[in-house]
Every structure is written in structure tokens, then in C-alpha cells.
Design a protein around this ligand. Structure first.
Ligand SMILES: [Zn+2]
Length: 468
């Protein structure tokens, strides 16, 4: 009657259904047999008795319809046994954005006030909902009184632990004293490597999803190439994307994507490649070209992108002294108190008041470069402090010898003053490999580069390979 995977052993018990709802339900079951079968399978896993399970209505099904499904050969005996005991209901839902523990429990059918109170105050349950919407289901088994018999969920990992392929399971069960016992277990996931070759026909994200590439891998791909090109806009029909990425599996089932390990973009005759490498000092890793140059831009193009140049570099008549002399930097128009960012990573060499500069910050950058930011209204860094590219170091102002709020910016290369507007032609394009990591980089990325070549060479839609 219903196309369930174990239909020959299945007996459907339909409770509290009007004839109209019944007809509607079976129309939906016929339309979505696989989804319902999957739900039954999932529910069965949780039912410790293994005798019966309740299928929560899918969104396409009429709401408030409960179907109890009985499995096993001795169907009549089971039916009798169940009639003699309480009904157990297995339900599943996912954590939604802005969920509370109480809302989650309500959707799971838990109405027992003691359980709601205890779990509402439990740190692990709160961590579960605090992480926001998740694709992993939360499952429950409750009895007819709304008392919780079992709950299982996947706990989010701490934000900095993404490199560790761990799966944290949360289990809730009634303890002997009548309260609920909350426990967590950590399980290590197996990491698999997947290769994909994706021909671009329309939108990139569509092409990726049609080839089974998980959305987070696509997002990562776009981010990796963002400093060079916007893949969503530039890729055209006929372009080709090859990917090597990780999938984390539990009990043989691929649960979620890991790192994007390598990527190749072939667009209108130009090939660009990126490989992921985690150095000794940076376990999070970064993306590099196969030659070892960072994909991320190491230097911003300007300390105040988009700001107007009010006075260029070079000989000029000094606006205050009135004499002809050398303007050693560039002046950018900037309102009082505009946040100011370091153009590249480095170490603060000087931060304080200095003659005509007023409040000034001088930063030493790797490769023998120095930048100077003058006439500031406030300074947010200290001498000796390490700063990253884009880090706010202070606010623009009008201190020192200055005729109005602006930023005076200098760029020095190997001790020589250079026109800051020509800075880009002096500084490295991408973040270089950390010193002493070149050999490790080529060794670690050799496998990935081979896999990338394999992926790129595959003309058929997707080729999967195990590299573990
Ligand atoms: Zn100036």
C-alpha cells in the first residue's frame, strides 16, 4: 500500500485521522516515499525497543498527523504488546536560528515541565541552540505523557577546533532518580579526499551543487580566489573548475565537508591554481599558488582606500612654512577620527608625538619596508606590538604641523623614500611562505598537486577517489 523500504513487514497504524486527512496523507506518501522511508529508518535507530516508531509529518504532509509504523514478523504480537504499554514517539527536528531550548523541546514533543526546566538550564543543551541553525537532526523519543525517554544531538565544536575532525554526541536519558542524565561522547571522524571536475555552464554555485560539491566548499573556493577575481562574476560557459577537498565521515557515512585542499580554475585560456598548506606556526593554514606565493593579498593598496589625494609626493611649496621642499609622503583627505588601518602586517617601531608629525605611528614590515601615518587624533597601538594587515591602529586627525584634518602617509623601501602611490609595485603580491617552510610546503602539497591534475584531467562530471 505504501512504498516503504520494508513494506512487507510494515503495518501502518494511523491514529486520530479523519478520512480526509487520511487521503491527503497517502497522496503525500506516494509523492515522497523515499523521504518517509528515510524518516522511518532514522526513527528506528533511536527506538531502543526497536518495535515501533513514529514518523513525524514532513512539511509536505498535512500537519498534526501521526503515523505509527510497526516492524517485525510477529506483527500481531507486537501490536498486542504495544496496546498494553505506553506509546513511544520518535521525533526529529533541526536547530533553527534564534531557537531556545524550550522551543526545540516543544518541537521534539517534550512537554514534561521537569524535563523542560532541567534541560533549559543545562549548559550543553544551551550550547546546542546557541550555535544556531544546523543541518544535523536532533532526535527524541517521548511517551504519550510528553516525558523524554531519549534525546540525541550533535554538539557544535568550539570555533577554533575546525581542524580536528571530531563528532561530539549529546545523549539525554532518564536516570534512576527520575531526573535526566545528560552525557557527551567524542568520536573521531575519518577524513576522506574527494576530487571533482566541474564544467561551468551557468552560475558557478549551480554547477558545483549539480556535481555534488558541498556548498561550504564552494564558498571557500570563492573566498580563496577573491583577492584575484570574483569567480561568481567572471566564470563563463566553457570554463572549468577542478577541486580536491576533504569530507569527514562517521561510520562510513560522509557527514560534512572539511578543508578545500586544492583548486584549479581554467577560464578563457588562463589557469590559476591554489593549494592549502598549514605551516608550523599557522595550523589553520592558508592558500598558496603552487610556487608558494600566498593567495591572500599581503598589502592593502592604500591606508584609506578610496580617499582623495590632496597633496602628492615630491617637491612642493610647503602649506605652512611657505618654502619649497620635499613632501615625503602623500596626503589623503580624511575627516577627523576616521579609523586607520595598517596596510600590511608588521611591528610598531614608533607610536607617539614627534615634531611636525604630531601623533605618528611608524611600522616596520617584513622585506625591509616601513610605513608612516601622521597627524593622528588617537593612537591604538604601542611600540613593539605586532599588527596584522587591516588592523585598526588609530584615528586620523590634525595634530602636529597640519592645516586641517588629513592623513600624511609615507612609504619607505630599504630605507629609501618612495611615492606611496607606487607602493604596489614594490611590495609582495601575496603573503610569502613563512621562512624555512619551503621544503615542507613542496612536500606537503605534492600529493595535492597530483590529485588536482587528476581532477582536472577528468572530463566526466565528477570522479571520486579515496586518498586515505
Ligand atoms: Zn603630508
Amino acid at each position: 500500500m505504501v512504498d516503504l523500504s520494508r513494506s512487507k513487514d510494515a503495518v501502518l497504524r494511523v491514529t486520530q485521522l479523519s478520512a480526509e486527512l487520511f487521503a491527503e496523507l497517502f497522496a503525500a506518501l506516494r509523492a515522497h516515499p523515499r523521504r518517509v522511508a528515510a524518516s522511518v529508518g532514522g526513527a528506528l535507530l533511536l527506538s531502543s525497543a526497536g518495535a515501533y516508531a513514529l514518523v513525524e509529518a514532513q512539511p509536505q504532509l498535512p500537519s498534526r498527523v501521526n503515523v505509527t509504523t510497526l516492524f517485525d514478523a510477529g506483527a500481531q504480537a507486537q501490536t498486542d504488546a504495544i496496546a498494553a504499554t505506553d506509546l513511544h514517539y520518535a521525533q526529529s527536528t533541526t536547530v533553527r536560528r534564534q531557537d531556545t531550548v524550550q522551543q526545540l523541546l516543544r518541537r521534539l514533543g517534550v512537554t514534561d515541565p521537569a524535563a523542560v526546566k532541567q534541560l533549559g538550564a543545562d549548559a550543553r543543551m544551551r550550547a546546542l541552540v546557541a550555535a544556531g541553525a544546523t543541518p544535523e537532526p536532533v532526535r527524541s523519543v517521548v511517551n504519550a505523557q510528553g516525558e523524554l525517554l531519549q534525546l540525541s544531538a550533535t554538539l557544535p565544536l568550539p570555533p577554533d577546533a575546525d581542524a580536528k575532525p571530531l563528532w561530539r554526541e549529546l545523549q539525554v536519558r532518564p536516570a534512576a532518580d527520575g531526573a535526566l542524565e545528560v552525557s557527551t561522547t567524542e568520536r573521531k571522524m575519518e577524513t576522506r579526499t574527494r576530487l571533482a571536475s566541474v564544467p561551468v555552464r551557468g552560475a558557478l554555485t549551480t554547477a558545483l551543487s549539480q556535481n555534488g560539491v558541498p556548498a561550504p566548499i564552494g564558498t571557500q573556493l570563492i573566498k580563496v580566489f577573491a583577492p584575484q577575481m570574483d569567480l561568481r562574476r567572471t566564470l563563463r560557459k566553457g570554463d572549468q573548475v577542478a577541486l580536491v577537498y576533504e569530507m569527514q565521515a562517521l561510520d562510513g557515512r560522509e557527514i560534512r565537508p572539511g578543508h578545500l585542499l586544492a583548486a584549479e580554475i581554467r577560464s578563457r585560456g588562463v589557469t590559476r591554481q591554489a593549494v592549502w598548506f598549514a605551516s608550523r606556526d599557522n595550523a589553520k593554514g592558508a592558500y598558496y599558488t603552487p610556487a608558494g606565493q600566498g593567495m591572500e593579498k599581503a598589502w592593502a593598496s592604500s591606508p584609506l582606500p578610496g580617499a582623495k589625494v590632496t597633496s602628492p609626493f615630491g617637491m612642493r611649496r610647503h602649506p605652512v612654512r611657505g618654502t619649497r621642499d620635499m613632501h615625503e609622503g602623500v596626503d589623503f583627505s580624511a575627516r577627523m577620527g576616521t579609523p586607520l588601518r595598517s596596510v600590511a602586517e608588521g611591528r610598531v617601531k614608533f607610536a607617539g608625538m614627534q615634531n611636525g608629525y604630531g601623533n605618528v605611528i611608524k611600522i616596520d614590515h617584513p622585506g625591509g619596508f616601513e610605513t608612516v601615518y601622521a597627524h593622528l587624533s588617537s593612537i591604538a597601538v604601542k611600540p613593539g606590538q605586532a599588527v596584522g594587515e587591516g588592523q585598526i591602529i588609530g584615528k586620523t586627525g590634525n595634530s602636529g604641523t597640519s592645516t586641517g584634518p588629513h592623513l600624511h602617509f609615507e612609504f619607505h623601501a630599504a630605507g629609501r623614500l618612495i611615492d606611496p602611490l607606487r607602493m604596489a609595485s614594490y611590495v609582495p603580491q601575496g603573503k610569502p611562505l613563512p621562512p624555512g617552510e619551503k621544503a615542507a610546503f613542496f612536500a606537503a602539497t605534492a600529493v595535492m598537486r597530483t590529485q588536482l591534475a587528476q581532477a582536472a584531467g577528468a572530463d566526466d562530471a565528477v570522479r571520486l577517489a579515496r586518498a586515505d
